[in-house]
Ligand binder design. Structure first.
Ligand SMILES: *Cc1c(COP(=O)(O)O)cnc(C)c1O
Length: 402
């Protein structure tokens, strides 16, 4: 008796919502001898990197770079404008909103958490009530996650700005675009975002290790009124650097800078609007397939309203423990890695095995998404997981009609 062949040999596909697929040119740019950090190419590269990051964020204002992941950018942003005892409002639509709030608590802020659960976007009316009731303007900042990667809910950041303005409230609007930058449409200046944080390992296609805090002059004025800001997190020297080391507050993440240079070149060669449009079409193909699968069995999308779905990540449910079984099958048999459920239930809870996520951020194209969907379909067939028909037809129709 021969064992059936295993179909996982070949190029694997990491379809988790960060870190994302690293493009070969980015990897190649990083594969080099250590550069001189005091003089030459690396130093000369910095002004261009700053300018090109701002083009992705759609801002004319400032950016500070940090050697650290998204959590570092969360803390950096807070450390520049929030002092112990300050109040922050956290409208949360998943694990990441709650997490940013916990970090604010960690630096001594008083956190007003408005938890909107795991299936719906921020309720702007409730946010408005809280802001209007804050007559003394004790709330210093509103921390809004653009795309919450645990639930795949995309929040309406311009609407959040509008409720802050309508309440005539001076609070800073701080946005977490760690999952969404370079995937979902985002306009920092046009949308009136005062502070935006992101990391390099999702839409920016670089291995984890760098993160960025963008801020405007209103936020910088709030920074200037702080009695003290921790030396390492202080954004001023990093954003207004004259000496190279000031960009990083220590040794630069040399190879990440080369990777980032190449990734930004790729984004701008395609054009940021084209990058957004590509993510939108691929996301619609995924939704079409998932909606078809949802017609039978326990398959369900976490977000029902398309208007609040992210173009970068999709959170899904299957009766536990089928989600874990499916993830294990496609990884072991096909070389396709899907994301675990996050924030929906604690990992020790058996229900946790009923959630999974698809990452479709950054370096992804039509054939990868069709392969992703075909792999999931094959897995559900092999495991006898009941699902609605026609998913691959529906996805290919979206791509064909593009
Ligand atoms: C990934 C992510 C984070 C955390 O970033 P790390 O690099 O893992 O620290 C925070 N917020 C959102 C929305 C994310 O997607």
């Amino acid at each position: 008796m021969t064992t059936p062949p295993n179909l996982s040999h070949g190029r694997p596909y990491l379809a988790i919502p960060g870190p994302s697929v690293i493009p070969d040119p980015v990897l190649q740019a990083m594969h080099r001898a250590a550069p001189n950090i005091y003089d030459g190419e690396l130093v000369d590269m910095m002004p261009g990197l700053t300018a090109d990051l701002k083009r992705v964020a759609r801002t004319q204002h400032h950016v500070a770079m940090y050697t650290g992941n998204g959590h570092a950018a969360w803390e950096a942003a807070l450390a520049n404008v929030i002092r112990p005892g300050d109040k922050v409002l956290v409208p949360a639509t998943g694990r990441f909103g709650v997490g940013w709030g916990e970090m604010a608590k960690g630096i001594g802020a008083e956190v007003d958490l408005l938890d909107f659960g795991l299936h719906s976007p921020m309720d702007m009316d409730r946010i408005s009530e809280v802001l209007k009731a804050d007559k003394a303007h004790e709330i210093k900042a509103v921390l809004g996650v653009h795309v919450d990667t645990s639930t795949s809910i995309r929040n309406d950041i311009p609407a959040l700005r509008a409720v802050i303005d309508a309440a005539d409230h001076p609070a800073l609007l701080m946005a977490d675009c760690i999952a969404s930058l370079g995937c979902d449409l985002f306009e920092m200046d046009d949308w009136g975002v005062d502070v935006m944080v992101t990391g390099c390992q999702k839409g920016l296609m670089v291995p984890p290790g760098m993160s960025f805090v963008f801020f405007n002059d209103k936020a910088d004025a709030a920074r200037a009124s702080m009695p003290r800001v921790s030396w390492y997190w202080d954004w001023s020297p990093r954003a207004h650097a004259e000496e190279f080391f000031q960009y990083h507050g220590g040794t630069a993440p040399t190879h990440h800078l080369y990777g980032l240079r190449t990734a930004l070149d790729m984004i701008h060669a395609e054009g940021i609007e084209a990058v957004w449009a590509r993510h939108a079409v691929l996301a619609r193909a995924i939704w079409a397939a998932c909606e078809a699968w949802s017609e039978a069995g326990s398959f369900a999308m976490n977000v029902t309203d398309r208007a609040y779905r992210s173009n970068a990540v999709t959170s899904l449910r299957l009766e536990a423990p089928k989600a874990t079984a499916l993830r294990n099958w496609v990884e072991g048999q096909l070389g396709l890695t899907l994301g675990i459920g996050l924030g929906m239930a604690p990992p020790k809870d058996p229900a946790w095995h009923g959630f999974f996520r698809l990452g479709h951020m950054g370096h992804v194209n039509g054939q990868m998404i069709m392969g992703l969907l075909g792999g999931i379909e094959a897995g559900m067939r092999s495991l006898n997981i009941e699902h609605g028909p026609g998913a691959l037809d529906a996805a290919s129709a979206v791509i064909a009609e593009n």
